[in-house]
Design a protein around this ligand. Structure first.
Ligand code: 2DT
Ligand code: MG
Length: 209
């Protein structure tokens, strides 16, 4: 049996990642492609609960390196589960991955090289779809929540780091996310179907960071 594709959707807050990833799984299933959604941070695990408390409580004083490593550990905790699902032919549509980890930590002033080190050895996505929105579009969407990082200054810094990834990484694809939900959905879906077919046709083994 050929494995499923490992797809990541990245982008700043309010670009539509959550609703798009949910709809994508439905649309893939309608095409008889086995698919499941995942999101990082995975707030259901032990590290996920610590992370969730950190994000919700702006007074929580946790050293930047420590929280960075907790986000990374939250991915490592899920590696076996992800491999099992992909091996059983399920395509994973994942809302955020280590690119968010690096982008948010580097936006706080940490070194990108340092941030990347603990991610080495994790599964590498077959495709990263970067939902790129103009800051005007972002501002026109319903307001930021109450969580840490949900400020315009932080989001702009993060967007710049995503732009760097989109230029340097071979698996990134920029998706114009300023248009309607349905148009963006079609664009994402076409890209994912193509990746699923490429993985199946080439019998691609897992790739690692
Ligand atoms: P959500 O709003 O998507 O739940 O994200 N973040 C995320 C990091 O700082 N490091 C990471 O490794 C990941 C995956 C982005 C919650 C916030 O957590 C940030 C926004
Ligand atoms: Mg959020």
């Amino acid at each position: 049996m050929t494995r499923g594709a490992f797809i990541v959707v990245e982008g700043v807050d309010r670009c539509g990642k959550t609703s798009q990833t949910m709809k994508l799984v439905e649309s893939l299933q309608q095409k008889n492609i086995k698919a499941e959604r995942m999101a990082f941070p995975d707030r259901t695990t032990w590290t996920g609960q610590v992370i969730s408390n950190y994000l919700a409580d702006k007074n929580c004083k946790l050293n930047d390196q420590a929280i960075h490593l907790l986000f990374t550990a939250n991915r490592w905790e899920n590696v076996e589960k992800m491999k099992e699902k992909l091996s059983s032919g399920i395509t994973l549509v994942v809302d955020r991955y280590f690119y968010s980890g690096v982008a948010f930590s580097a936006a706080k002033g940490m070194s990108i090289d340092w941030c990347l080190q603990p991610e080495i050895g994790l599964l590498k996505p077959d495709k990263v779809l970067f939902l790129r929105i103009k800051s005007d579009t972002q501002k026109s969407r319903p307001g930021f929540g109450e969580e840490r990082y949900e400020t315009s200054v932080m989001q702009q810094k993060v967007n710049k780091i995503y732009d760097k990834f989109s230029q340097s990484e071979d698996n990134w694809k920029i998706i114009d996310a300023n248009s309607s939900f349905d148009e963006v959905h079609e664009d994402l879906l076409n890209n994912i179907v193509e990746s699923v077919q490429n993985v199946a046709n080439s019998n691609a083994p897992f790739k690692y960071l």
